[in-house]
Design a protein around this ligand. Structure first.
Ligand code: CU
Length: 466
């Protein structure tokens, strides 16, 4: 579809909402928490489907004894499952809970339009944004938050699935489940107890501590296992939120009778392992012939046994040990811990010799690490990210900038008369990089000038966050 057609379509759609009523009958979307899926759509016509989804930040359990502050759509990771029909008009209301520290938005891959809805849905805490789109293409689509820093929002759990059923629906099955993989990055290593903060450096290195289904280790094992009966056909809507890793999705002890490749129309049959890209999906159907525990894994297998990417389907029914040996014991489900080997390499970084060098190097660092939130011109974003340009907060005491980068910054501050109450994660920059980027900021956008030294950085680094 050309851009022009698209805009006309959007314009017409928007117009119909501005009028007294849409031509289509209106209904509220049924949303479900994982691993559940809303019922198949029985109507044979299109509708205007109203979706109310809330973003909320709250503490949850990542693994036994390990807690994490999840950012979520609908209070769960992955977020609520949305089910519509090809051709439906979706009126989307995104509310950001007043207790949120961050603004959020939503980019639905099912949207044909700029940013998948991201800009139209940018929502400050305590606000609701509304936008609408028409589901033009059938398929299983990922949605996710796209607020800067995007990777951090996704890494904290802000993703889910929306199914756009084809006009004639999907073949009927006995059970449908919602399984979505994600990778998580924590300060402590896998299994280290306590409330674990997000680790930006590990996220950038794609060095995940946890790779899990449905947001946590054990979310689909033991009492939380999926269930089925011998003779039934099961359909899994499989998504991968990433942010980084591709999933080699496999069910130990089963063969997928049908895979809707990448969640689209193309069907493949008799598949052992299907790739689910980060920000992508697959639909898998299989009939279960024997009882026992089928084990869902990411077949990048250390992730399954050492990082959490393991779930179970408990199949009950008449015994048949020919296909499934029953040899897999509980022991295999215990985390084995992980041994990480490192090889120390040598690398050299260009050192700044002068203030001018610092500004040049610092600009690169700024663009790579800071510009997504504070904007390339240092203006920030109202209600979310404080300005660095002509910032009274920063110019009054530039060591505040060092502290914010080294220790992170959380809680209310006032900058140029405006109040901000959000979270800035500590950035993993070394002493030179930090001196460079702050010197760049000091000498940009009408700030007061001057220079930040490595010694100043080291001094602040030794102090605790305040
Ligand atoms: Cu977000």
């Amino acid at each position: 579809m050309g851009v022009k057609t698209l805009w006309i379509t959007l314009a017409i759609t928007a117009y119909s909402y501005l009028g007294t009523a849409s031509a289509l009958p209106v209904e509220d979307a049924v949303l479900t928490a994982p691993p559940h899926v809303p019922p198949a759509i029985s109507r044979d016509h299109n509708a205007r489907v109203v979706v109310h989804l809330e973003t909320i930040e709250k503490i949850g359990t990542m693994a036994d004894g390990v807690e994490y502050v999840y950012w979520s759509f609908g209070g769960t990771v992955p977020g609520s499952f949305i089910r519509v029909k090809e051709g439906d008009e979706i009126e989307f209301h995104l509310s950001n809970h007043p207790s949120s520290k961050m603004p959020h938005n939503i980019d639905l891959h099912a949207v044909t339009g700029p940013g998948g809805g991201a800009v139209s849905s940018f929502t400050a805490p305590g606000h609701t944004s509304t936008f609408a789109f028409q589901a033009l293409n059938p398929g299983l689509y990922v949605y996710h938050c796209a607020t800067a820093p995007v990777g951090m929002h996704i890494a904290n759990g802000m993703y889910g699935l929306i199914l756009v059923e084809p006009k004639d629906g999907l073949p009927k099955v006995d059970r449908e489940y919602y399984v979505m993989q994600g990778d998580f990055y924590t300060k402590g290593k896998y299994g280290e107890a306590g409330l674990q903060p997000f680790d930006m450096e590990k996220a950038i290195e794609e060095n995940a501590d946890y790779v899990v289904f449905n947001g946590a280790v054990g979310s689909l094992t033991g009492e939380n296992s999926l269930t089925a009966k011998v003779g039934e056909t099961i359909r899994l809507y499989v998504g991968n939120g990433g942010p980084n890793l591709v999933s080699s999705f496999h069910v130990i002890g089963e063969i997928f009778d049908t895979v809707y490749i990448e969640g689209g129309d193309a069907k493949n049959h008799n598949i052992q392992t299907t790739l689910v890209p980060a920000g992508g999906s697959a639909i898998v159907d299989f009939k279960v012939q024997v009882p026992g525990n089928l084990i869902m894994v990411d077949h990048s297998i250390f992730r399954a046994f050492n990082k959490g990417a393991l779930g179970m389907i408990n199949v009950k029914g008449e015994e048949d040990k020919v296909v499934y040996s029953g040899k897999i014991s509980d022991a295999i489900y215990q985390p084995e811990g992980s041994a990480i080997q490192t090889i120390e390499g040598e690398y050299q970084v260009a050192k700044a010799q002068s203030k001018e060098d610092k500004i040049t190097f610092g600009k690169r660092i700024y663009n790579a690490n800071c510009a997504a939130c504070h904007q390339p011109n240092g203006q920030g974003i109202a209600q979310a990210f404080p300005p660095l340009a002509k910032s009274d907060y920063f110019n009054e005491d530039p060591t505040r900038g060092i502290s914010a980068i080294v220790h992170g910054l959380e809680g209310p501050i006032k900058v140029n008369g405006e109040s901000f109450n959000s979270v800035m994660p500590a950035m993993q920059l070394d002493d030179d990089e930090l001196a460079n980027v702050l010197t760049f900021i000091l000498n940009s956008w009408d700030n007061k000038g001057g220079e930040i030294t490595v010694e100043q950085v080291q001094k602040v680094r030794k102090q605790k966050a305040h």
